[in-house]
Design a protein around this ligand. Structure first.
Ligand SMILES: Cc1cc2nc3c(=O)[nH]c(=O)nc-3n(C[C@H](O)[C@H](O)[C@H](O)COP(=O)(O)OP(=O)(O)OC[C@H]3O[C@@H](n4cnc5c(N)ncnc54)[C@H](O)[C@@H]3O)c2cc1C
Length: 392
């Protein structure tokens, strides 16, 4: 699209997974709506989505997160059925490898409570004793563990394939992709009026969506909205054991060590929530050896001899208020300005159901399938955190 003044029904800022998912469901619900997705980088070099680890799990504690996962996992599992374009059905490489949360004895009661809730909301999660863990995963050191929660139908997929599956489908639905960066947002007292792009073009629309991930607080600020979402670096490593080990589900512990089987080895890392915020993609190649390796080898002693082949850095769009997404309309401010951001490490797995929810809000004026009201911007304005209390 060349520099010009163009009008759409809905303009979505950011063409990562959130932007594309929202566009897809809007077009499903309102095929005649004109939708633009404004994305400066079709290679997605620094976007979070292609750098993700691919994990999808129902093991959360906020009901909304459990339900977002449950519905999204079903969508991802059957992605090829919904997202074919012509004769081409996308393959997102879904692996039903399961998730396993492990905790020391003093956290068993809390874990059991979480498992109960997850099962009540349609997840399948089994509480395992240390003996049962050892029987299933013989390499695991269970001496300091109290229990594990195993969700066998969770798993992982290829985030890059998921993004491009959405993007190709959305393009086939008639969505316009605009290769540009939003540089300014014109507002009046109650509405967003227009976007100004870095090529000088202006876009007017009836509704505007901020789906700019780790950049979403910058975009919000252009409209005068405070969004407590910051870029937080997270490393992902690919490593192999010196001697063969059993295949593992996505194992997570309270220290935020998290990794899963991938090919002959493992993919994952150890999230450090205290990393300085910023657009920093520099890799500290000592991090694996200093932080990840000792923790992994403690839990799986065969990993005493492991080799890290690759480390990359990506950004969590970290919600500093409570680690949960902000989804919804800015009801007290600019009534046609919506946000879908701040998923704090859970965005890949939640994108399908979150995009569907926001599309319902925009097209139908209210949530239809899942009530995501508690994830709305109102809690930010009230400074009232709504926190996940499970393993992050
Ligand atoms: C290492 C790592 C591992 C992860 N593992 C998992 C996992 O296992 N499971 C999981 O569910 N999630 C995981 N995540 C989180 C997940 O990747 C994100 O939550 C998700 O990709 C967010 O999608 P998004 O579309 O909001 O952001 P992005 O993919 O970053 O897309 C945002 C887009 O906005 C565009 N943009 C920015 N500024 C502007 C502007 N001014 N104008 C127009 N466009 C703009 C950017 O170019 C970008 O393409 C992981 C993240 C990282 C970094």
């Amino acid at each position: 699209m060349s520099a010009a003044h163009t009008t759409f029904d809905i303009a979505i800022i950011g063409g990562g997974l959130m932007g594309c998912s929202t566009a897809h469901f809007i077009k499903n619900m309102a095929p005649h709506a004109s939708v633009a997705v404004i994305e400066p980088d079709p290679t997605y070099e620094f976007a979070s989505t292609p750098r993700a680890s691919g994990g999808c799990r129902v093991q959360f504690t906020c009901p909304e997160n459990i339900e977002l996962s449950r519905d999204s996992i079903e969508f991802i599992r059957t992605f090829h059925e919904h997202m074919a374009v012509g004769d081409t059905a996308p393959d997102v490489g879904w692996v039903e490898g399961g998730y396993l949360f492990i905790v020391p004895p003093e956290h068993v009661q809390a874990l059991a409570g979480n498992v109960k809730l997850q099962n009540e909301l349609g997840g399948v999660v089994h509480l395992l004793t240390p003996q049962e863990l050892k029987a299933r995963f013989p390499s695991m050191n269970t001496s300091d563990l109290g229990a594990g929660a195993h969700s066998p139908h969770d798993g992982w997929c290829d985030p890059h394939a998921l993004l491009w599956g959405f993007r190709r489908k959305v393009a086939s639905q008639g969505v316009t992709f605009v290769k540009a960066r939003v540089n300014a947002i014109d507002v009046d007292a109650t509405q967003v009026q227009a976007l100004t792009l870095d090529d000088g073009a202006r876009i007017t629309a009836t509704a505007f969506v901020n789906a700019a991930g780790a950049w979403s607080s910058q975009v919000a600020a252009m409209a005068g909205m405070h969004l407590p979402i910051a870029p937080m670096k997270r490393y992902e490593h690919y490593f192999t054991p010196a001697t063969p080990m059993e295949r593992l589900p996505y194992v997570k512990d309270l220290a935020r060590l998290a990794f899963r089987s991938e090919g002959q080895g493992f993919s994952g890392g150890l999230v450090d929530g205290s990393f300085q915020r910023g657009f920093d993609f520099e890799v500290d190649h000592t991090y694996f050896e200093r932080v990840v390796w000792p923790a992994a080898a403690h839990r799986f002693p065969p990993l005493e001899a492991a080799k890290c082949h690759r480390t990359w850095a990506g950004l969590y769009e970290e919600c500093e208020l409570d680690g949960n997404a902000v989804i919804g309309r800015w009801t007290s401010g600019l009534a046609n300005f919506y946000v879908i951001a701040g998923f704090s490490g859970h965005g890949m797995m939640h994108a399908p159901a979150a995009g569907r929810g926001l599309a319902e809000l925009i097209v139908q004026g209210a949530y239809q399938t899942l009530d995501l009201t508690r994830l709305g911007y109102e809690r930010v304005e009230r400074n009232a955190p709504y926190r996940e209390t499970g393993i992050l």
